[in-house]
Design a protein around this ligand. Structure first.
Ligand code: CP3
Length: 342
C-alpha cells in the first residue's frame, strides 16, 4: 500500500501524516470560482460530472494533497429522496420541510435514489482515471442526524431547534426519517465505493447538539448501522467519522461505531486527543480554519504543535472544519510545508 492516507487509516504511525483539507475545492480558489461560473451555479456544478471532477482535481494540482474528496454535497441525498433543494445565493441551502408524517410518506424509498445520483458516481469514475497514483479518493455523505436537521427545518439552523422539536413531538416520524436517511446513505456510499471511492467519510456536523441518550441513539447508532453494512459489503474500505463538537463523546466513538478514524473539530486539544481518542485508532484534524485566513507565525506554530502532539499514533492532518471563502491559498501552501517539516 503506497497511498499515505490508506496507511494511516489502516493504523500505521507515519513520520509525516497525510494531509488534506475539508472544503479543499471551494471559493477561496480562483480556479474554482471560474469553473463554478462555467457550470452556472453550485448544484449544476455538483451534477456536472466533468466539471465536478475538474474542481476536485484543482487543489490536488495546486497543493499536492494526499487525498482528493469527491465534489458534491450532503444535501444531494435529501434531493434524491424527493425533497426540493436550492441554494439561496449568499445565504445557504433551502429545502422543502418535513414536519408531519405525511411529508415523510411523500418521500421516495431509499433504493430509488440512484437515478438522480448517477452523475455523482460518474464523477468518481472520472477521478479514478485522472488522479495521480499516490492520491487517495474519498467519497462522503452526511450522517443521518445532520441531514435530518436540514430536511426538517428546510435550512441550516444555529441550534437545530426544529429537529429537536420534532424528535420530542413525534418520535415515530422522527425515527422513521432517520431510518430512511440511514438506508439511503448505505446504498449511496456503497455505490460510491463501487464507482471508485477508496475511503468514505460521514459528516455529522451537528452531532454536538445531541446530548446523553440522544447522542447514543442518533449519532452513534445510525453511524454504527451504516459502517456495519458497508464493512459487510466492502470489508477493505476504511471509514472516517466526523461527530463535530462531540467533546467528551469523541472518547470511544470509533469503538462504538466501528469507524477506522475519528475526525476532530478544533474545539478539542490535540494533546488531549492523543491521550483519549488516538489509542482507539487513527485521528484526523484539527487545525482551526481561521489560520487559513490569518496565516503568519501562529499558523506555522499551530500546524506543528498538532503534528507533534499526534505523532505517536496514526494521524491524518486536516482542519477542524471547512476552509472558508476568505482564506488565502498561500496560507494553505505554508501549512503543508509546516506539517511536512515538523
Ligand atoms: C453541512 C454540510 C453541507 N455540505 C457539507 C456539509 C458537512 C460539512 C460541514 O459541516 O461543512 C459537506 C460538503 N460540501 C461540499 C463538500 C465537497 C468536498 C470538499 O471539498 O470538502 C463537502 C464534503 C461542497 C460545498 N458545499 C457548499 C459549497 C459552497 C457553494 C458555492 O460554491 O457557493 C461547497 C464548495 C454549500 C453548502 N453545503 C452545505 C451548506 C450549509 C452550504 C452553504 C455554506 C457555504 O456556502 O459554505 C451543507
Amino acid at each position: 500500500m503506497t497511498k499515505l492516507l490508506l496507511r494511516a487509516l489502516a493504523g500505521e504511525t507515519l513520520p509525516t501524516p497525510p494531509i488534506w483539507m475539508m472544503r479543499q475545492a471551494g471559493r477561496y480558489l480562483p480556479e474554482y470560482r471560474a469553473t463554478r461560473a462555467q457550470a452556472g451555479d453550485f448544484l449544476s456544478l455538483c451534477y456536472n460530472s466533468e466539471l465536478a471532477a475538474e474542481v476536485t482535481l484543482q487543489p490536488i494540482r495546486r497543493f499536492g494533497f494526499d487525498a482528493a474528496i469527491l465534489f458534491a454535497d450532503i444535501l444531494l441525498v435529501p434531493q434524491a429522496l424527493g425533497a426540493r433543494l436550492w441554494f439561496a445565493e449568499g445565504e445557504g441551502p433551502r429545502l422543502s420541510t418535513i414536519t408531519r408524517a405525511e411529508d415523510l410518506a411523500a418521500l421516495r424509498p431509499a433504493d430509488a435514489i440512484h437515478g438522480r445520483l448517477a452523475p455523482i458516481y460518474e464523477t468518481l469514475r472520472i477521478l479514478t482515471r485522472e488522479l495521480p497514483r499516490d492520491t487517495a479518493l474519498i467519497g462522503f455523505a452526511g450522517a443521518p442526524w445532520t441531514v435530518a436537521t436540514y430536511m426538517i427545518a428546510g435550512r441550516g439552523t444555529p441550534d437545530q431547534g426544529p429537529a429537536h422539536a420534532l424528535k420530542q413531538a413525534d418520535r415515530a416520524a422522527f425515527t422513521a426519517l432517520i431510518d430512511r436517511i440511514t438506508e439511503a446513505t448505505i446504498l449511496y456510499l456503497s455505490a460510491q465505493i463501487e464507482a471508485g471511492a477508496e475511503v468514505v467519510k460521514l459528516f455529522d456536523s451537528w452531532a454536538g447538539s445531541l446530548k446523553g441518550r440522544d447522542f447514543d441513539d442518533f449519532a452513534i447508532a445510525p453511524a454504527r448501522r451504516i459502517i456495519q453494512a458497508l464493512k459487510a459489503r466492502h470489508p477493505g474500505i476504511p471509514v472516517i467519522a466526523f461527530p463535530r463538537e462531540a467533546g467528551e463523546r469523541y472518547v470511544g466513538f470509533a469503538r462504538a461505531t466501528g469507524a477506522d478514524c475519528v475526525a476532530l473539530d478544533n474545539s478539542v486539544a490535540a494533546e488531549w486527543a492523543a491521550r483519549h481518542v488516538q489509542p482507539d485508532g487513527c485521528v484526523q484534524g484539527n487545525l482551526d480554519p481561521r489560520h487559513m485566513v490569518t496565516g503568519g507565525p501562529e499558523l506555522l506554530a499551530e500546524a506543528q504543535r498538532i503534528t507533534r502532539a499526534l505523532r505517536g499514533g496514526p494521524h491524518v492532518f486536516n482542519l477542524g472544519h471547512g476552509i472558508t471563502p476568505d482564506a488565502d491559498p498561500d496560507n494553505v501552501a505554508a501549512m503543508i510545508e509546516a506539517v511536512r517539516s515538523a
